[in-house]
Design a protein around this ligand. Structure first.
Ligand SMILES: Cc1cc2nc3c(=O)[nH]c(=O)nc-3n(C[C@H](O)[C@H](O)[C@H](O)COP(=O)(O)OP(=O)(O)OC[C@H]3O[C@@H](n4cnc5c(N)ncnc54)[C@H](O)[C@@H]3O)c2cc1C
Length: 589
């Protein structure tokens, strides 16, 4: 546990750290009041004032048990809220009921599952099979110990990093289970006794836990939830996975790559309904190639065990047997032990709290963020919600750049997306165009041995503004961020045409996909214009020509709203004379 830090030390340290850069004006933290709405561009002054306001706190309360902010839970939401408030000079306590910080993200969820996946990818030689053949293997007889070894290494390191961050920012840590005594007071129950703390503002960031219905006979090592995977002694020979959500599909892929015979059951007709249909189709193909049996549109009626096997009976009457069963159907907010009533709050039937757009619960000084408020329940979004909640609580302006949040799904191959799917855009009647690049066309794809990866750009038909990126393949979860930046800055696909990308990289997919999309859209515009002019098309069916693998695009595409296309490329097709332009409302391929 960290030593408690005194206010005096905190003030001194912050003043030293917040010194302006050489040559800048010195702004001593004199007796000033905290500004009601500090300007973002004057952050040094804001911090200095906040520290001073903190130091001269005249509430008269016991400064060792009263805080500006009490955060319950040290997962991504709690960490970022606590550190952000501490950086504003607030006195912050973070309370954690487990013996280590990090939350489900570090201890049981994101990091262990990704570490296990990386271990499997490495030890099975999976990534290199495209080059050295299906029998390529780095290690024979991979054990659970091999996988857990890598998990523990990464988890230990991440816990250390978080502890150091909390310490550096003077966030006080308390270990024990917190519950509300009233809306301004918490009781922390620890093995050594209970303690009371009070605060002006609270953040509930208690995360979630796997849903465990009463009719499923959970049993260590045999009928398990996602936390139980890490407690397996041996790699199961076969496994039934109930639930085709992100966690179920990720573990299905990891275990199948390891050689486990996996059957995946889900009530819905396709995997991961929120992702782009084309990507989902590709994923289902790859999952089957890994050897996973998919039972989609099927529901489980009963689960039982005997000495030798676990049996799942489906509503359709099918009986499936396996060595073990993973139940991965949803998670619920971990609010049961918080005594929410005492604070004037209540959770829904899945333990989740309702919040407004500023992450305030029904009690305005009690905020909630992360998994406990439900979708999207990702580590990345939880961290941002925590930061935004503490900004709002202490009046710090925090502009959000873009509403477009990326999603990363670590299946094999991995998937990532930012922005809407084609189905959503069609439903919303947004005219769009797509451009596609396949990894097999890209030198880096060949080097990686990934022949099947694909990147799809979606952009508006009239202005060519980028609105979405969908990727499946090696590095998808990294690659998506290039597109995310262009979307956030309101850029068009022309950006990818006009800029140089390192070679050989997967980033080149953006250029290829942009050219592909622009070619399609130019062709569509021209056809629409010709139809409008009621004039027969005398040109060849293809309006672009490929040289050296890259499409040559007509500069004089009659699309005034769109920027010039690939200005360095020679025009190879003579367009029809310019005519009054009418933007097409539908995609014409
Ligand atoms: C198998 C799996 C894989 C995942 N993979 C990804 C991924 O690849 N990418 C991604 O972005 N997200 C992933 N997630 C989701 C991600 O882990 C969560 O969205 C994230 O951890 C939520 O953060 P949080 O801060 O809300 O809660 P948590 O990380 O769950 O932290 C909550 C903390 O609060 C503590 N706590 C609870 N009650 C109390 C109490 N009464 N008093 C004190 N402390 C309390 C808990 O002990 C816990 O430490 C995955 C989740 C799982 C289960």
């Amino acid at each position: 546990m960290f030593p408690r830090l005194t206010i005096g030390r905190e003030v001194n340290r912050r003043v030293r750290f917040n010194k302006p850069a050489r040559g800048g004006s010195t702004k001593p933290p004199a007796a000033v009041q905290q500004p009601a709405s500090p300007r973002v561009d004057d952050v040094w002054e804001f911090r200095a004032r906040a520290v001073q306001a903190h130091a001269t706190n005249a509430k008269g309360t016991d400064m060792h048990s009263h805080y500006d902010l009490a955060v319950i839970g040290t997962g991504p939401a709690g960490q970022k809220a606590a550190i952000n408030a501490a950086k504003m000079g607030k006195r912050v306590v973070a309370i954690e009921r487990e013996p280590a910080v990090g939350g489900a993200c570090i201890r049981t969820g994101t990091i262990p599952s990704k570490a296990m996946r990386e271990a499997v990818m490495h030890l099975t030689g999976y990534r290199m099979r495209g080059i050295y053949g299906a029998s390529y293997l780095v290690k024979k007889d991979i054990t659970m110990h091999d996988l857990i070894f890598r998990c523990e290494h990464v988890v230990r390191h991440e816990i250390d990093v978080i502890k150091a961050q909390m310490q550096r920012n003077d966030v006080e840590m308390r270990f024990g289970a917190a519950r509300f005594v009233d809306s301004h007071m918490l009781c922390i129950d620890a093995s050594g006794g209970s303690d009371i703390v009070s605060a002006d503002v609270f953040l509930i960031a208690v995360g979630s836990m796997p849903a465990r219905p009463d009719n499923i006979p959970f049993e260590r090592g045999r009928i398990i939830d996602s936390d139980g995977i890490l407690e397996l002694d041996t790699v199961p020979r076969s496994m039934i996975i109930v639930g085709g959500g992100v966690i179920g599909v990720e573990y299905a892929c990891t275990l199948a790559a390891l050689g486990t015979r996996v059957t995946l059951i889900d009530q819905r007709p396709r995997l991961l309904e929120f992702i782009d249909a084309e990507i989902a189709e590709a994923l289902q193909y790859h999952v089957r190639q890994l050897g996973v049996r998919l039972c989609l549109g099927e529901a489980v009626a009963d689960v039982s065990t005997d000495q030798s096997a676990v049996t799942a009976v489906l509503e359709s009457g099918k009986r499936l047997c396996a060595h073990s069963l993973l139940f991965a159907v949803g998670r619920q907010g971990a609010t049961q032990s918080l005594d929410l009533d005492a604070a004037g709050l209540s959770a829904d039937e899945r333990g989740r709290l309702r919040v407004d757009s500023q992450f305030r619960t029904a009690v305005p000084h009690i905020y909630a963020a992360g998994d406990v408020i439900g979708f999207p329940a990702l580590a990345s979004t939880s961290a941002e919600q925590g930061r935004l909640a503490s900004c709002h609580a202490f009046g710090q302006p925090c502009p959000t750049v873009s509403a477009a949040m990326p999603y990363g799904i670590y299946t094999i191959p991995e998937i990532s997306m930012v922005g809407p799917t084609e189905d959503q855009l069609t439903r919303d009647q947004v005219p769009y165009e797509v451009g596609v690049a396949r990894y097999r066309e890209i030198a880096r794809g060949q080097l990686l041995g990934d022949q099947t990866g694909m990147l799809k750009l979606i952009f508006t038909q009239d202005t060519r503004r980028l609105i979405a990126v969908h990727v499946i393949g090696e590095g998808a979860t990294e690659l998506v961020h290039i597109g995310q930046a262009v979307i956030a800055l309101g850029g068009t696909v022309q950006y990818f045409v006009d800029n140089v990308f390192n070679y050989p990289t997967l980033a080149e997919c953006y250029k290829v996909a942009a050219l592909d999309g622009i070619n399609r859209s130019a062709a569509a515009h021209r056809r629409a214009t010709e139809r409008h002019a009621n004039r027969p098309n005398t040109e060849t069916p293809s309006e672009s020509t490929t040289v050296g693998g890259e499409d040559l695009v007509d500069h004089e595409s009659p699309v005034p709203a769109a920027p010039a296309i690939a200005p360095h490329i020679t025009r190879v097709v003579r367009p029809a004379p310019r005519r009054p332009r009418r933007l097409p409302q539908t995609v014409a391929h």
